[in-house]
Design a protein around this ligand. Structure first.
Ligand code: THU
Length: 170
């Protein structure tokens, strides 16, 4: 059998995301406070199965700040990420105040140092829903293992080609 190589030109769509990297000193006071709230709560995580302690702190438009750690379950899918817990709490108790900033940090229980972390797909989708619900973008701050902070303005850079880019009823 003879196979011939056909040279189709495949059209490519290149997606790009803008993410800022800042040193701690470059953050403003509000951003620093939010990160430190996330760091405090991370240490109280209930994560006996992963030993990964995540902290998330949210700033609402009305100035309120709330935080949560991850809460695991022996039946793994019943556990919840820190981001979803804090956004759920904020949405349930402050249905009229948009979340405007979310700080995320993580460490391994046995380590002193902070670890790299990045929100999971379901949490990205949850942040997207908060943006949709309130019509405001959520700035995401992520502490990295180097000590620098990633700042992402809105969920789009973390969730390219998201469902609502195509779903016309959204
Ligand atoms: N986790 C979070 O809470 N947030 C993230 O952004 C990443 C993962 C939790 C889920 C689970 O309890 C543990 O970290 C390990 O995956």
């Amino acid at each position: 059998m003879v196979f011939s190589k056909l040279n189709f030109t495949v059209k490519k769509i290149i997606l790009s995301s803008e993410i800022e990297e800042l040193s701690p000193e470059e953050l403003d006071h509000v951003e620093q406070t939010l990160l430190s709230r996330a760091q405090s709560v991370a240490k109280m995580a209930y994560s006996p199965y992963s030993d990964f302690q995540v902290g998330a702190a949210v700033l609402l438009e009305n100035g309120e700040v709330f935080q949560s750690s991850n809460q695991e379950n022996v039946s793994f899918p019943a556990g919840s990420c820190a981001e979803r817990l804090v956004l759920g709490y904020a949405g349930a108790n402050y249905p009229n105040s948009a979340p405007v900033m979310l700080a995320i940090v993580a460490k391994r229980a046995a380590d002193e140092n902070w670890a790299d972390v990045s929100p999971c797909g379901i949490c990205r989708q949850t942040i997207n829903e908060a943006e949709k619900r309130f019509g405001k973008s959520v700035t995401v701050l992520i502490l990295t293992a180097t000590g620098n902070i990633l700042r992402v303005r809105g969920i789009s850079p973390l969730l390219p080609l998201k469902f609502n880019d195509f779903f016309t009823n959204s």
